[in-house]
Write a protein that binds this ligand. Structure first.
Ligand code: ADP
Ligand code: ADP
Length: 238
């Protein structure tokens, strides 16, 4: 479903590559956690997959398309199938949980349609369903500022769900949450992952979360692959 071949990513004016000849294949149904110390390349890795970060060389195949050669317009269509959830949620302030969720239907810009609440019945129904799936059905009318960190991330997940993704990317989605809330969020992600048969690739710095939830763990060090295997193999490798 997703295949990276010899992917190199360099940042301007930085001598060492942030990703150094990474080759990896992923199949639908895998719940992959990416481990590594700060600076290892985790964030660059997930951002490279959806092309928020351009590659310096190498190729990325996703569902039969070579992403590195697509135009931005073509890439926008592909991004309908790959969603990202972020450490700092990237919600739109002063809008409600429901309005933020509905931005999943048309991108991040707070379109007039959203501000005025001009959604079709069907769109509203989908928004309500997504909020229900993340357990926020009673909080839809609250502004996102008034929500807890865990609730904010649930809105981020609801917004992602509206896109009907095949690939779910997470860039440290629980790094700013306490351990109990983090487990709740991972439990929710796993449920959605299984129900929708996604490929999920999620950065996390907490090894125990990765061991509990991942079907496959990847560890990066200095942009190189240090480990790729089942969670239970990680102990033998370290
Ligand atoms: P992680 O997510 O594991 O902390 P990153 O992908 O953020 O790692 O960073 C990998 C390497 O790339 C680090 O050495 C980091 O300093 C460098 N890096 C990340 N973003 C930039 C940037 N915008 N400009 C220059 N260097 C960067
Ligand atoms: P931070 O909030 O510290 O910048 P994140 O990991 O949450 O870190 O976000 C990483 C980057 O991705 C940000 O610099 C932001 O500009 C960018 N970004 C966030 N949301 C989107 C989006 N929906 N589409 C494109 N880029 C985004």
């Amino acid at each position: 479903m997703l295949k990276l071949t010899d992917v190199v990513v360099r940042y301007p004016k930085v001598a060492e590559p942030a990703l150094d000849r990474l080759s990896l294949s992923f199949e639908r149904g895998e719940f992959v956690c990416v481990l590594g110390k700060s600076g290892a390349g985790k964030s660059t890795f997930v951002r490279t997959i959806n092309r928020l970060q351009p590659v310096s060389s190498g190729s990325i195949h996703f569902e039969g398309q070579e992403l590195t050669t697509l135009s931005e317009a073509q890439m926008r269509a592909v991004r309908q199938e790959m969603v990202m959830i972020f450490q700092h949620f990237h919600l739109i302030p002063r809008m409600t949980a429901f309005q933020n969720t509905l931005t999943g239907l048309f991108g991040r810009r707070p379109a007039l349609k959203n501000l005025l609440g001009l959604f079709s019945k069907e769109e509203k129904q989908r928004g309500r369903l997504a909020l229900e799936q993340v357990g926020l059905e009673r909080h839809g009318d609250r502004r996102v500022e008034a929500l807890s960190g865990g609730q904010k991330q649930r809105v981020g997940i609801a917004r992602a769900l509206l896109q009907e993704p095949k690939l779910l990317l997470g860039d440290e989605p629980v790094a700013s949450l306490d351990p109990v809330t983090s487990r709740h969020i991972f439990t929710l992600l796993r449920d959605i992952h299984q129900k929708k048969e996604l490929l999920s690739i999620v950065n996390v710095h907490d090894v125990s979360l990765a061991k509990e939830f991942a079907t496959r763990i990847i560890a990066l060090k200095d942009g190189q692959l240090l480990f790729d295997g089942k969670p239970e193999e990680l102990d033998e490798a370290t």
